[in-house]
Design a protein around this ligand. Sequence first.
Ligand SMILES: Nc1ncnc2c1ncn2[C@@H]1O[C@H](COP(=O)(O)OP(=O)(O)OP(=O)(O)O)[C@@H](O)[C@H]1O
Length: 270
Amino acid sequence: MNAGLMLQQISTGYARRPVLHDLSLERIAPGTLVALAGPNAVGKSTLLKAIAGLHPVQGRVLLDGIDLARLPPRERLRRVGYLPQALPQASSLVAYEAMLSSLHASRPGLGRSQAEAAIEHTFATLGLKALALRPLNQLSGGQRQMIGLAQVLVRAPRLLLLDEPTSALDLRWQLLVLQAVHALVAQGQTLALMAVHDLNLALRFCQQVVVLGPGRPHARMLAAGRPAGVLTPELLRAAYGVQARVERCSRGHPLVLADSALAIPDEDPR
Ligand SMILES: Nc1ncnc2c1ncn2[C@@H]1O[C@H](COP(=O)(O)OP(=O)(O)OP(=O)(O)O)[C@@H](O)[C@H]1O
């Protein structure tokens, strides 16, 4: 009955800079891909870090009814996979070794053949086989972002927290990433919360969207629900300060078209 993620009265921020206050989110079921949207500096990364246990937070983050703060670090690592916004360290490890070490850190008991099968499956899904033996410090930014994502996906955690996973990627890799995350989540054991700026990716791939909007002294949750219902011109104006339309493409899917930036309001907290 408690399966999934719930946020209860989450407050977090930095010294003299409250970012989020008393934010609650109703239960999100496993098998759901959720976009976390909102303007620059609104607090998306801070929220993901707080849920991942990497930033101080008040309130409760419940996964399957268990308060994540009460779990031992290794158990938390097994259940929660976090992809930071920053690209992975450009070390001299080859991509395959980086995958193995990520897998062993979260699932130390996994046998060698199971680990190899999981890594090969992830590389195949993301189209990364050609990078397997390349050192990370010889990869492009986009290639490193893909390997970083692969390191998280290979662990198949219960909760995936992805901070702008497509920010450095071309169109094809953006689609491969969204398809791979969507496919993993669709198996029903994982739920994913993904910070995104590309609302059209959210419309196409996500079952839910949570929109944070600017406010003083802290950001507010403006809306949560099905992307096609939530992402209206009014919401886009309130969240981003833009004049935007939502139109149907030739295949009938909704698309956000941002026409113009409105004057920056005095209370813009950035
Ligand atoms: N280490 C820090 N110390 C103090 N303030 C910080 C720190 N990191 C972020 N902030 C501030 O916290 C607020 C939220 O930042 P955060 O990175 O969570 O925003 P975001 O929504 O992820 O933004 P973006 O879309 O630009 O990545 C911003 O005002 C930012 O300036």
